[in-house]
Ligand binder design. Structure first.
Ligand code: TRP
Length: 452
């Protein structure tokens, strides 16, 4: 089964495919609300430092493991070392947890697209529009079903290629549009304070929570610590440089997140004077803020509709890739056919997704360790399981197969590994220690043992 893997044709194909999976709601929806909440410029700085050191090392390691073993996550770790087969399984749980709530947020995006298409810009810009929407019962479920249904249709009929083509063409449009909206936002009255808040690190805002949040976001946004990049690596040609591909993917991913923040955070200052509760509102931030921006601009109706359409496409390519990952694991491990595998994944996602939507509505009283369901799923995957996977990956690479194995893979075909020293130090010492500290503080914090 592992002879001929169909591969990406060249570096550009690889980088675009990996970036297509990486760029999604994580960049546009999740990054801005975390940055707003956890100290603006301080969060941005911590995120960028983590991305170029730790994120870089982990992504190189994952891609190299994939290309070296020519296998996807579950089998790749057992091929490296039998004792670590469990790691592939643990990594595989992550997409199962993410897909359902990802689809709930995807549903919110669909709802806003529908609102802008039907000319409800002014209503969508009202303060209570978002709150009323997510706390109702029927509508969020309907839009969640539409989003998940679209994802499942594509995966069921195996037409990802078509979607990928569309999205490759749309992605540059999304970038241009985001930059345009970001510039517009930054010029709104009172927005300049927001630009300063977002760009200038305020060291008094530094805390361990900032680092915990930034690291979780790094995993999420770059699709790390869940075996995805291992799979992508297994399709990569031997003569393509892993190091420079990694640099390009992270630059692209971080760039989009940066502009998304610039679209949203200055606008929060403009519309609410940057008061704490507006900045700290969490998952709703983009949905509350952007309609106000669109409502204030000429032709905002159309720009808003185009924007939400592009975000929807970016979200769909990610959800399709998430679902495809889970489906192929089900096919391989349970030896079932594609259709039953899709249906099984769909059933699990419907169940967990329903819980997530209702958690914002009629079940809002129900809390798990003080969190609503959606926030809990987000927490358990990003702040617990992914750091564990990342930590053990560092141990496997640093001490079991040794960094040399990865370095050799990166250097195949006489490609020089420029950041070799950084890679070794990160993987062996800095990353594992940092993750351990972060993991401990986020778990203890969640259970209220320490306050972070
Ligand atoms: N990185 C994606 C985003 O930013 C989300 C994501 C996490 C993902 N893991 C994934 C997408 C695996 C595809 C495959 O939105």
């Amino acid at each position: 089964m592992e002879q001929k893997r169909s591969g990406f044709t060249g570096k550009l194909g690889f980088v675009l495919a990996a970036a297509g999976s990486a760029v999604g709601l994580g960049n546009i929806w999740r990054f801005p609300y975390l940055a707003a909440k956890y100290g603006g410029g301080m969060f941005l700085l911590v995120y960028i430092i983590l991305a170029v050191t730790f994120g870089f090392a982990l992504m190189v390691a994952e891609i190299a493991i994939g290309r070296k073993t020519q296998l996807s996550a579950i089998s790749a770790f057992s091929k490296l070392n039998k004792k670590f087969s469990f790691l592939g399984y643990v990594a595989s749980i992550v997409p199962v947890i993410i897909l359902p709530y990802y689809s709930v947020i995807g549903g919110w995006v669909t709802k806003y697209l529908a609102a802008f298409c039907s000319g409800q810009t002014a209503q969508a810009a009202q303060d209570d529009y978002f709150g009323n929407f997510i706390s109702s019962t029927g509508e969020p479920i309907l839009y969640f079903a539409i989003f998940l249904g679209l994802t499942a249709l594509v995966v069921l009929f195996g037409v990802e290629k078509g979607i990928e083509k569309v999205s490759k063409f749309m992605m540059p449009v999304l970038v241009v549009l985001s930059v345009g909206i970001a510039i517009y936002s930054a010029c709104l009255p009172g927005a300049l304070d927001g630009v300063v808040y977002y760009i200038k690190p305020d060291f008094s805002k530094f805390s361990i929570t900032t680092v915990v949040a930034a690291m979780g976001q790094l995993f999420y946004s770059m699709s790390l610590a869940m075996g995805i990049m291992i799979t992508y690596g297994s399709y990569m040609k031997k003569d393509v440089s892993i190091e420079s591909s990694t640099r390009q993917i992270s630059l692209f991913d971080t760039g989009i997140a940066f502009f998304a923040g610039l679209m949203i955070i200055p606008a929060v200052f403009s519309f609410s004077g940057g008061d704490e509760s507006a900045l700290g509102q969490g998952p709703g931030l983009m949905f509350v803020t952007l309609p106000k921006v669109f409502n204030s601009m000429a032709g905002g109706n159309i720009i808003g509709a185009v924007f939400f359409l592009l975000v929807l496409l970016a979200a769909l390519t990610s959800s399709i890739s998430l679902m495809e990952t889970i489906v192929s694991i089900f096919i391989d491990k349970f030896k079932i056919k594609r259709i039953p595998a899709c249906l099984a994944v769909l059933a699990v996602s419907v169940a967990l997704g329903l819980v997530s939507t209702l958690g914002y509505g009629i079940w809002s009283e129900v809390k798990i360790i003080g969190m609503q369901f959606l926030d809990f799923f987000d927490f358990i995957s990003n702040s617990v399981i992914m750091p564990i996977v990342a930590l053990i990956t560092c141990i496997v690479v640093g001490y079991v197969i040794k960094p040399k194995a990865i370095i050799e893979e990166v250097e195949t075909g006489n490609v020089k590994f420029k950041a070799k020293k950084l890679f070794v130090v990160m993987i062996k010492y800095i990353a594992p220690i940092c993750i351990l500290v972060i993991l401990a503080s986020s778990v203890l914090g969640a259970f209220g043992v320490i306050s972070i």
